[in-house]
Design a protein around this ligand. Structure first.
Ligand code: NAD
Ligand code: ZN
Ligand code: ZN
Length: 380
């Protein structure tokens, strides 16, 4: 089958790899209809992880079930499904509490709980930027979708970034009527903003400097804050009579930069601590790494990000972090889409064949104007 394979920093190739097959009786094989490129893929693409050469990328997958193992009972051949990026056993201490993003039994990497497709340190599971994908524990992991092709570009956000954005607002303990700030207008930040609106925010401020992404935030009724035009904290304090927001979501990660493009791993956490009111919540879904030799500061190379903890404590704020447990939200978010109450497809900018993935990676990594969210169609 054709697949997107990592060759080295800034180098992916679309090439032939062995077909995905049923390896365990609890597996399914899914024929991929849509698979997305994610900001998380860029950490690997840029050579900032220990991902192995030859890894098939792709953790944002959906498609139609092609085959099931003998022990699969709920999922049937022909079902249209969304595949959560977390691979969950369903029964370990964390999975049974709904923390499928921290499954203790499927990732052999020392010190890491949680497994995913096509990702560094997340276990030996090839990704779905390919024609076929092997899904372990199919009955646990797969979410059924209405048959046909309706809402394809909305449903494709259910495997990762819509639940991730939603999770950011849950970690921030957003309440109806809150003013919410989201740092980052990338796909994840825009999904957090969309989620915050659906969850009843009074106002949502979205901070970035990319004009095309800020325009999308404006399109869904959020207030765009351009951090290249002035201190984003001051702009938001001005707009809230000096109160700040009730809560905030971090959707940038440790590769945050200043207006000149220089990397400052602690910048967004510091801004959040300043702009969120006393006793307010901060949900961090942007990724921070325990190690990255290419990080901007010596501390950050060892995963130490020195944000203003003193102010955080003095303001009595709280913070939640980590990979999103997709399964906890994806059924409800699917039903919001079906009911017409959520339309996460508003961020889609490009729909490419799998063979065009090399170009897709390059433009998305360069944050080229208009390249907000890239979908790949292996069947096209
Ligand atoms: P992205 O890189 O396209 O978006 C990040 C955005 O942040 C960019 O638009 C960039 O201009 C902006 N930005 C940079 N510095 C900033 C600053 N100082 N202030 C405000 N905005 C700033 O990526 P994405 O796909 O939206 O992903 C965002 C983060 O979420 C990544 O770290 C990704 O790995 C992570 N992620 C986490 C999960 C999870 O489960 N927790 C899931 C998916 C993605
Ligand atoms: Zn993703
Ligand atoms: Zn588990």
């Amino acid at each position: 089958m054709r697949a997107v394979v990592y060759r080295g920093p800034f180098d992916v190739e679309v090439t032939e790899v062995p077909d995905a097959t049923i390896e365990q009786p609890t597996d399914a094989v899914v024929r991929i209809t849509t698979t997305n490129i994610c900001g998380s893929d860029l950490h690997m693409y840029e050579g900032r992880t220990s991902v192995e050469e030859g890894t098939v990328f792709g953790h944002e997958n959906m498609g139609v079930v092609e085959a099931v193992g003998g022990a699969v009972t709920r999922i049937k051949v022909g079902d249209r499904v969304s595949v959560p990026f977390n691979i969950s056993c369903g029964t370990c201490r964390n999975c049974s509490q709904g923390w499928t993003s921290f499954c203790t039994s499927l990732n052999p990497t020392e010190g890491v709980d949680g497994a995913a497709y096509g990702y560094a340190n997340m276990g030996p599971y090839p990704g779905g930027q390919a024609e076929l994908l092997r899904v372990p524990f199919a009955d646990v992991n797969l979410l059924e979708l209405p048959p046909g092709s309706e809402h394809e570009n909305d449903f494709t956000m259910l495997s990762d970034i819509f639940p991730t954005g939603w999770h950011g607002t849950v970690l921030a303990r957003q309440q109806p009527g809150d003013d919410v700030v989201v740092f980052g207008a990338g796909p994840v930040g825009l999904m957090a903003a969309h989620s915050a609106m659906i969850r009843g925010a009074a106002r949502v401020f979205v901070v970035d400097k990319e004009a095309d992404r800020l325009a999308l935030a404006g399109k869904i009724g959020a207030t765009a804050i351009d951090f290249s035009a002035g201190d984003p904290v001051e702009q938001i304090l001005d707009a809230t009579d000096g109160r700040g927001t009730d809560c905030g979501v971090e959707a940038v990660g440790y590769q945050a930069h200043d207006p000149s493009g220089e990397e400052h791993p602690e910048l967004v956490l510091d801004n959040l601590v300043k702009v969120v009111r006393t006793t307010g919540g901060i949900g961090v879904v942007g990724v921070y790494m325990p190690e990255d030799p290419g990080a901007a500061t010596k501390d950050a190379q060892e995963g130490r990000i020195g944000f203003d903890y003193g102010t955080f404590f003095t303001k009595g704020q709280h913070m939640g972090t980590g990979q999103a447990p997709v399964k906890r939200y994806n059924r409800q978010l699917r039903d919001l889409i079906v009911a017409g109450r959520a339309t996460p497809s508003f961020i889609v900018s490009h729909e490419l064949s799998l063979d065009a993935a090399v170009d897709g990676y390059k433009h998305f990594d360069d944050r080229d104007h208009g390249w907000t969210k890239v979908l790949l169609r292996p069947g096209a």
